[in-house]
Write a protein that binds this ligand. Structure first.
Ligand code: ADP
Length: 622
């Protein structure tokens, strides 16, 4: 590019110099040429005129002498006169002849021509001048002068032939001299025009060089204005322009810097937003598309820049599946901030759907003219899930509370009403009441545990825990429950099990929850096995069942509070709190929990806890 510029610059420099030189030399050449032409023409005319004048004078002299000599018939003097006329001082005279009225040559300077006939066309009545007449004897052209004279009533002719040789010689010499002086003039013209061209081009070349330096970025460069003429003026104007350019450039640089900072700020803000943001112009063509929008819509900004928003952002009604008007369209129409409905579902590029909450506002210029729309939207699937879970929880808890309460109420009222109830029946009823009260207490304990963990007030009482003993205790307690469904409980625990440094009651709660779930979600005649191992300074407690399993899509959610797998037609009671409590307790012991499951094959939960667990403080959001 730079090379190309340099070549161009060089070309301009050469071309101006040569042009001035060329026109200078051409001017001198033309002047010399025209001068020579005029001089030669004038000289030829003057000399020819002079020659004709002399020739005519000679013709008249000869006519006068012949007229005088003719009556006496003494032609000797005349012959001498004719012979003399072509020699001596009259070198230009080719011949002199006296022609009779019948056209025959009567006398001539060269007697050999006497008696020959002349061309009748030249026998004119008055003085005649024939230029460019060919003289065969001389094999050259010249001027023929014919002078008629009257003798005895008859027309005789005196003819004088004139050569142009001497005129040609003179003009040739003139041309030669002019050529020599012309060549000098052309040479001088070339030198002068070269010097002139150089003096004109020098400041232009300097200006061109300066503009190149400025174009390359050195805005401090200036040209020295040496003269007071137009070129000097141009140099000064150029310098003024460079000063202004520098100012504008500095201003521009500041603006660009400001803009870059603003852009950086905007991009950080957009990138840091947890909501999707799309901005469109008034034609609904995308101009901003942040990272969250990319993730939610499945398009990259580069792919959608300048595209119509409708090709990228499609929302439908969650319930009716009908396409909805986007908040952008609504905002453009109403020129106000518009929000989407609570049933908005975004259909992304790959067809997947995501519930969103979107709102859009118009972007206006200071005069109120709408130049675009900005839309903010976010994925509300978590909130919807939470809502659903809360609703489920409220109904589950109410149900769980109501069932034991209803039976407690019924049995209590029966005992109170029937005063004569046999003692055995009464005891039986009181047993049931006590059992139901325990159920209630355990449910309330679960709720309290969750709230304690959530509030961060749950503490770990660390002591040496005999896990085998806990399992045995839990199995004994749950045996009746398993027995009801003929489920076999299979403990596989080695006798050499080391003690676990943990909170005994919490570990017991973990084991109860997991075995209880295993029994609850395993159909009749199934098996629940419990094994404990130690390796790498940690204990693993594995509870496997041959139950109904957990769908793959539900696995990541089962540890969420209130989450319960939706099993149509298989209503199993629960609150969705058990696994959430288990997970929190395991985390508090610096451990982890893994789950593997296959539908209708069974589920295995494995809890890993370090043998000497360092308790971890729990925050309400952990
Ligand atoms: P719940 O009170 O419903 O038992 P949990 O938090 O203990 O609540 O369990 C959450 C969900 O995980 C349950 O609703 C159940 O669908 C599923 N689940 C837990 N354990 C098992 C298991 N062993 N087999 C199949 N599903 C299970």
């Amino acid at each position: 590019m730079a090379q190309q510029k340099q070549r161009k610059f060089f070309k301009i420099k050469i071309s101006i110099l040569h042009k001035i030189m060329f026109y200078g030399v051409l001017l001198v050449f033309l002047t010399v040429g025209i001068n020579t032409y005029i001089a030669v023409k004038t000289e030829t005319e003057v000399l020819t005129g002079k020659l004709i004048y002399q020739g005519r004078h000679l013709a008249k002299d000869l006519a006068f002498s012949f007229k005088k000599a003719f009556p006496s018939s003494d032609m000797a003097f005349m012959a001498e006169l004719l012979a003399e006329s072509t020699t001596g001082k009259h070198g230009e005279v080719v011949y002199t002849r006296i022609v009779k009225p019948d056209g025959k040559i009567y006398m001539a300077d060269d007697r050999s021509f006497c008696g020959q006939l002349v061309d009748s066309s030249i026998l004119v009545e008055k003085d005649g001048t024939f230029t460019n007449h060919f003289f065969p004897a001389q094999k050259d052209s010249g001027i023929l002068l014919v002078h008629p004279l009257n003798i005895d009533g008859q027309r005789w002719y005196v003819m004088v032939g004139l050569s142009l040789k001497s005129i040609k010689t003179t003009t040739s010499r003139l041309i030669f001299h002019n050529l020599i002086s012309g060549s000098f003039a052309v040479l001088l013209g070339a030198i002068v025009s070269f010097l002139l061209a150089k003096s004109i081009c020098k400041p232009i070349i300097a200006l061109t060089g300066a503009s190149k330096i400025i174009a390359d970025g050195d805005l401090e460069h200036r040209v020295t204005a040496e003269t007071n003429d137009e070129v000097g003026e141009l140099a000064r104007t150029f310098n003024d322009m460079a000063v202004k350019l520098k100012k504008s450039y500095t201003h521009l640089e500041e603006n660009v810097e400001e803009l870059a900072t603003e852009k950086e700020l905007l991009s950080i803000t957009l990138g840091g937003m947890s909501e999707g943001l799309i901005a469109v112009d008034v034609d609904k063509r995308i101009i901003i598309f942040n990272e969250v929008a990319e993730n939610l819509c499945g398009w990259k900004f580069k792919e959608v820049e300048g595209k119509l928003i409708d090709e990228v952002f499609q929302i439908i009604n969650e319930q009716t599946e009908e396409p909805l008007k986007s908040p952008i369209d609504q905002a453009l129409q109403s020129k106000k901030t518009e929000c989407g409905s609570e049933f908005d579902v975004l259909v992304s590029r790959d067809g997947s759907r995501c519930p969103v909450s979107a709102s859009a506002a118009t972007i206006c210029k200071t005069k109120g003219e709408v130049v675009g729309v900005v839309m903010v939207f976010r994925d509300v699937s978590h909130e919807r899930e939470l809502d659903r879970m809360k609703t489920d929880f409220v109904s589950s808890v109410s149900h769980e509370l109501r069932t034991p309460l209803t039976s407690i109420k019924a049995y209590t009222e029966t005992i109170l009403r029937d005063k004569d109830m046999p003692e055995e029946t009464k005891l039986n009823f009181l047993d049931i009441i006590s059992e139901e009260t325990n159920r209630l207490a355990s449910l309330i304990e679960d709720l309290l545990e969750v709230s304690r963990i959530e509030a961060g007030t749950a503490k770990i009482q660390q002591n040496a825990v005999d896990v085998a003993a806990i399992i045995e205790k839990v199995l004994t307690a749950l045996e009746p429950l398993a027995g009801k469904k003929n489920i076999k409980l299979e403990p596989r625990i080695s006798n050499e099990l080391p003690k676990l440094s943990a909170d005994e009651s919490k570990i017991e709660s973990v084991i109860i929850n997991l075995i209880n779930n295993a029994i609850k979600f395993t159909p009749e005649n199934g098996r629940v096995s419990i094994s404990v191992e130690t390796a790498n300074e940690q204990m693993s407690i594995r509870i496997s069942d041959t139950g109904m399993g957990i769908p793959a899509e539900a696995l990541p959610k089962i540890f969420n509070r209130f989450y319960r797998v939706y099993r149509p037609g298989k209503e199993i009671q629960g609150t969705g709190l058990g696994l959430s409590i288990v997970n929190k307790i395991v985390s508090m012991h610096n451990g982890r929990i893994e789950v593997e499951s296959e539908i209708d094959q069974g589920t295995t939960f494995t809890v890993f806890i370090p043998l000497a667990a360092e308790p971890v403080a729990q925050s309400c959001h952990s």
